[in-house]
Design a protein around this ligand. Structure first.
Ligand code: SF4
Length: 306
């Protein structure tokens, strides 16, 4: 009997040991595209639930396994789908752009999905067509886009509980205590006051590339306002640099996604052996078909414009 091909995908925010078990490590867009094009019989998705659902939506033939079904995301749990439907109804003449960090039901209610990597280009494109946009679910990212590009998009009000904790006062205090050169780089899920002070704002992939391409002084301190998992990749790529996580409101430098960390080595191993985890087989064909439309639109946009 032909051996089944098992492919393991791990998000940058999982623990280093799990990243080392993966065939592909990446941000949500990289992993979604990899899931779409890989010829796996089984995809083990070491990430969070909406990511595994996205993999199933764009590669419905594969058996997608999520190592721990409790690995949700605050952007999903803070969004009541019935209220979202109502909000959508109240903005009938708007184009609904949804961050990919959303449930399958949420995606099915949107016109486009976006990631932090392509959101600015896609929204700019929609506005250039003379259309108006509503943005969900990440309030911080929407506020940043409105401020940066002068939009007035109505915003849904959910946050990433990890990035929302980065705090301007604690950051100012830390920055003030560093006498030499320093840089602040941040993910746009962080609060606007933190983003206002940044040298660079970008997606997880963008932040990693910024560090890889950095050619300034080796004595500078690089403060990173994003989930701590990516610091492993940054330090691995540039071990000679002083890279530190930005502080949260308690002054602690340890902001970490509890859901991503549910992907333990043991849970991923069991999923790889098809002995554990949850098979993403609960999305109806109709839901998959509806949620796929905005995702395909995003992927197609990437082929045409990026
Ligand atoms: S880091 Fe934030 S956005 Fe990402 S999965 Fe965790 S809670 Fe969700």
């Amino acid at each position: 009997m032909k051996k089944r091909k098992v492919v393991t995908l791990a998000h940058y925010y999982t623990i280093p040991e799990v990243q080392d078990m993966a065939d592909k490590v990446g941000d949500s867009l990289e992993l979604a595209l990899y899931a779409k094009d890989c010829d796996a019989d089984v995809i083990v998705f070491a990430g969070v639930r909406f990511m595994a659902e996205t993999a199933k939506i764009i590669n419905p033939k594969a058996k997608v396994i999520l190592p721990d079904i409790n690995s949700t995301c605050s952007l999903v749990t803070m969004t009541d789908i019935n209220k979202l439907k109502q909000w959508r109804e109240e903005h009938k003449d708007y184009v609904h752009v949804a961050y990919v960090n959303s449930s399958a039901e949420h995606k099915a209610l949107s016109d486009w999905t976006v990631t932090s990597r392509n959101v600015a280009d896609i929204i700019e494109y929609i506005y250039s067509q003379g259309k108006k946009v509503i943005y969900s679910p990440d309030r911080n990212m929407g506020a940043y886009l409105n401020a940066e590009y002068g939009y007035d998009m109505p915003l849904w009000s959910a946050v990433c509980e990890v990035h929302d904790k980065f705090n301007k006062e604690a950051l100012d205090e830390l920055v003030g205590s560093i006498s030499g050169q320093k840089y602040i780089i941040a993910h746009p899920e962080s609060p606007l006051p933190v983003l206002n002070d940044c040298d660079y704002i970008g997606s997880t992939h963008g932040l990693l590339n910024w560090v890889i391409d950095y050619n300034g002084s080796k004595d500078a301190v690089i403060l990173v306002a994003t989930e701590d998992g990516i610091l492993y990749n940054m330090k691995k790529a540039r071990p000679e640099l002083d890279i530190r996580q930005a502080p949260i409101y308690t002054g602690c430098k340890c902001n970490s996604c509890p859901y991503m960390k549910l992907n333990t080595v043991e849970a991923v191993k069991l999923a790889q052996q098809e002995q554990g985890g949850t098979v993403v087989d609960y999305l109806s064909d109709d839901l998959i078909a509806r949620a796929r439309i905005p995702i395909d639109r995003m992927i197609e946009f990437g082929h045409r414009h990026m």
